[in-house]
Design a protein around this ligand. Structure first.
Ligand code: GAP
Length: 513
């Protein structure tokens, strides 16, 4: 199965089992907007809880807030979003389709990378055991030719983006002979800048409406509350403020399912430090965040850092944590050293002093900031794409299983009476009632036990608890583990401890210490 086929299956599976639906589907959906179903919301909440606890519980010096989505419009002038939160867009005159110029080029670069990989595969097959990849890359004429062209385009693109050279970007698209995937032509317009913020009106029209924006990042809600939290929480630098909430961007390139959405959710933490110490903290947070991802057990090779060449207007260092999705390595999280840019600008635009008096140095200053910013939806996609498996079993049957890390699984256990009689359903209900206040538990008595196992595998339930006639005699049940399919006999009084040990968040959080 190709990665593309796998991704299509994953999207279909997410819908079929109630994880993710297209928004307002009965009206044919709304592009790049999605709804989370009954299982998707549980998975999402577990991811949020993992992040929230890793920030605010594990660290004594990080607290959380929940700021409003609507903010004073001056906020976005101060942050630079009104002037500079743009994407370079280009239209194809024949298909009338609009694209991001930089994405067209990135796709072209990705195609060159694929070509290089194909050449390497050919070499590997040809030279078998004596194949030396490094030497092949350094000497094979075809690989050298593609690599040189690829690197040249990459360099020109970076320069053009840094210099905001829109004509330059267009020229590279023409030079690479990129065609519109719909019309197949190279009939391109000029490249123009397009602001990504959604605006709306606040107040009744009669009163004189004001334009305000739907926040494009949650970070500004933290910056404008810096003094409120620092003073009321008696916070001492270094300290952090964490927040989870919705953000909105009028993304033009809407694709790859929930990877790029117009309405999405972020988990952001701003960590305030002494000026001059920011790069030390930046490195620390890079390492901390990578451990948080790796603790999920999807394989260290599936993550990498991408250090930014083009820095945002507020940053003096920045890196992405990238995950290997079925469509390649892509960003899930950004770690940015944001200097004192935001607080300084809010001081300037609001006219209010935003300073911190440091009792240790006796100085008053605007703190520097390290930001960690991760998309909840991209995390959901990371978990689903890493977890989705189709397996052939020893008995010849096939199963689709979501090997979601147990602490994030939407349903922790299913309680299944072997038969619908002899008092077994009653015992199963009692077990469910015993566990349901601490965990999301399903009860299922329909169909054969095998079919019920398959249904639970498909939604990633780590444990199936089967109640049989022996349960009525000695209080023991069979517990089947999802990934190994091994079964053990456990007393029902021990179920709570067993689920907590394997599926509680504590196990994940302990790995971060
Ligand atoms: N406050 C900094 C900030 O917003 P960003 O790199 O633009 O930085 C941070 O966004 C994270 O938010 C990304 O790494 C990604 O996970 C998520 N994100 C950004 N745009 C998104 C979109 N359109 N759809 C889904 N997630 C998005």
């Amino acid at each position: 199965m190709t990665q593309e086929e796998l991704f299509k299956k994953l999207i279909a599976h997410s819908k079929e089992y109630g994880f993710i639906f297209p928004s307002s589907e009965i009206y044919d959906g709304l592009s790049a907007v999605y709804d989370y179903g009954q299982l998707g919301v549980e998975l999402k909440n577990n991811i949020k809880r993992y992040w929230w606890d890793a920030m605010t519980r594990v660290n004594d010096n990080i607290v959380g807030i929940d700021a409003a989505i609507f903010m004073h419009p001056r906020t976005w002038e101060a942050s630079g979003h009104v002037g500079a939160f743009n994407d370079p867009l280009i239209d194809n005159k024949d298909s009338k389709k609009r694209y991001r110029a930089d994405v067209l080029l990135e796709d072209w670069i990705a195609k060159q990378d694929e070509k290089i990989e194909k050449e390497i595969e050919k070499g590997r097959k040809r030279f078998k055991d004596s194949f030396d990849e490094a030497q092949f890359r350094a000497t094979n004429a075809r690989v050298l030719e593609i690599t040189a062209k690829r690197n040249e385009v990459h360099e020109r693109m970076t320069e053009a983006l840094n210099a905001n050279d829109l004509e330059g970007l267009r020229q590279i698209i023409l030079d690479c002979e990129i065609v519109c995937p719909i019309s197949g032509t190279r009939n391109w317009t000029e490249v123009r800048q397009f602001n990504l913020m959604f605006d709306t009106k606040i107040g009744s029209v009669a009163e004189g409406a004001n334009t305000i924006y739907l926040r494009p990042e949650t970070a500004q809600g933290i910056f404008v509350n810096f003094l409120n939290v620092q003073k009321t929480g008696r916070m001492k630098i270094p300290f952090g403020i964490a927040q989870i909430g919705k953000a909105f961007r009028n993304e033009i390139v809407a694709r790859q399912f929930i990877f790029r959405m117009r309405e999405f959710e972020q988990m952001e933490m701003q960590f305030f430090v002494r000026p001059g110490e920011e790069l030390k903290w930046y490195e620390k947070w890079k390492a901390t965040r990578m451990s948080w991802h790796r603790a999920l057990g999807f394989g260290d090779d599936n993550y990498r850092f991408h250090d930014h060449e083009k820095l945002a207007h507020y940053a003096n260092a920045a890196a992405d944590v990238e995950f290997r999705f079925p469509f390649g390595f892509k960003e899930v999280e950004g770690i940015h050293s944001r200097t004192d840019f935001d607080l300084r600008r809010h001081e300037e635009f609001s006219g209010k002093k935003i300073r911190y008096y440091d009792p240790e140095t006796g100085e008053s200053y605007i703190p520097y900031v390290i930001e960690t910013s991760i998309g909840v939806d991209r995390m959901v996609l990371q978990v689903l794409s890493a977890a989705y498996k189709e397996e052939k079993l020893e008995n010849g049957e096939e199963r689709t299983v979501l090997s979601i890390p147990a602490p994030l699984a939407p349903v922790k256990a299913a309680v299944l009476p072997l038969v619908k009689k002899d008092g077994l359903p009653e015992i199963a209900h009692r077990i469910k009632d015993m566990l349901k206040y601490d965990y999301n538990i399903q009860y299922d008595e329909k169909d054969s036990i095998g079919k019920r196992y398959r249904r639970q595998d498909a939604i990633g339930t780590p444990f199936c608890i089967t109640v049989d006639h022996q349960t009525a005699e000695d209080g023991t049940v069979t517990v089947r583990e999802r990934d190994t399919m091994e079964q053990v006999r456990v007393h029902m009084d021990d179920l709570h401890t067993m689920i907590e040990r394997n599926a509680g968040l504590r196990g994940l959080l302990d790995k971060l210490q």
